[in-house]
Design a protein around this ligand. Structure first.
Ligand SMILES: Cc1ncc(C[n+]2csc(CCOP(=O)(O)OP(=O)(O)O)c2C)c(N)n1
Ligand code: SF4
Length: 286
């Protein structure tokens, strides 16, 4: 029988890596939610790889007792995709920042949506480059009225609209101030047979003084129970309706219901790589 419990995911992590987030950072909520989800799904550490990018968000992979890969800023989806192609049985979750994903890594995002690999991406969206001290990211300006777009304030990228337009097959939104709901979204993302994207609002308490916990609590609203996430038109309508009311939908916005086998869009290299000796490659990293 598999051992259970949060401890399984915590042991060895904290003593080796002191948590370096600012007190109150939204990423704490994501970490708590991720542990809850992994325990609920009974995923064992050896079955999973956590892939982080450079950023406060990517550091989350230091705080869990699992296999992890910390790649360059903007690269986590590309690394994760390679892992999945080489070993399709592996469960893979990318834990990235909004700068990481929607600025330098935006091409990886769009094409991963199109390719639909069976893995999860959770973006800790705080509207800033936290690690480099608060510059605007492409998601900066959430909820702010800008009369004239300028060099300092070009229009914002909406991650959900971009994912839908890029043919992502699972699109959800969460708020790290609601750990239980974020955990539910992570569980549903892992259960989706394809690329599952979660845009998690994760406040940066140090550099984003506008999109605070209080601000999010006033603006988030759960997706109504009668929303049909399998209907793409309904997903577009939902997002537009919420935007018109100045609200942010939390929940599963779109989930393509087609069986996985009918539309596999990612080549798998399992066979080609079966006889490759990886030892010399690994030796170059030692
Ligand atoms: C190729 C490259 N370009 C730029 C940087 C500098 N850099 C490090 S983290 C970062 C932004 C982090 O912001 P985000 O991805 O939103 O994550 P957060 O820190 O807010 O969690 C940047 C620009 C880098 N490390 N590598
Ligand atoms: S700078 Fe912002 S994102 Fe980074 S740890 Fe601090 S609160 Fe979190």
């Amino acid at each position: 029988m598999k051992p259970k419990g949060i401890k399984l995911w915590e042991e060895n992590a904290v003593p080796k890596h002191r948590i370096q987030w600012c007190p109150g950072c939204g990423d704490f909520g994501v970490l708590a939610a991720l542990k809850q989800a992994l325990v609920e799904l009974e995923i064992m550490p050896h079955e999973l790889v956590l892939v982080g990018g450079i950023g406060c968000s990517g550091n989350i992979r230091n705080y869990l007792n699992g296999n992890a890969f910390h790649g360059t800023h903007g690269g986590p989806l590309a690394y994760a995709l390679g892992m999945k192609m080489a070993n399709p049985d592996l469960k893979v979750i990318c834990l990235a920042g909004d700068g990481d994903t929607f600025a330098i890594g935006v091409e990886n995002f769009v094409h991963t949506c199109r390719r639909d690999p069976d893995m999860v991406l959770l973006v800790m969206n705080n509207g800033v480059y936290g690690l480099t001290k608060g510059q605007d990211s492409p998601t900066a300006g959430l909820g702010q009225t800008v009369e004239v777009w300028s060099e300092e304030h070009p229009p914002m990228v909406d991650p959900v609209l971009l994912a839908l337009a890029s043919e992502a097959t699972f699109v959800a939104q969460s708020f790290s101030g609601d750990v239980k709901h974020t955990a539910r979204m992570i569980v549903e993302a892992f259960q989706h047979p394809g690329f599952a994207f979660i845009n998690d609002f994760s406040p940066c308490v140090t550099y984003n003084k506008f999109n605070t916990y209080e601000w999010f609590r006033e603006h988030v609203e759960y997706v109504p129970e009668d929303h049909d996430p399998s209907d793409k038109d309904a997903a577009w309508r939902l997002v537009r309706d919420f935007a018109r009311r100045g609200k942010l939908p939390l929940g599963v916005i779109y989930r393509n219901p087609r069986p996985r086998t009918e539309a596999r869009r990612l080549p798998v290299w399992e066979e080609e790589l079966r006889d490759v000796d990886v030892e010399p490659i690994l030796a170059t990293f030692r």
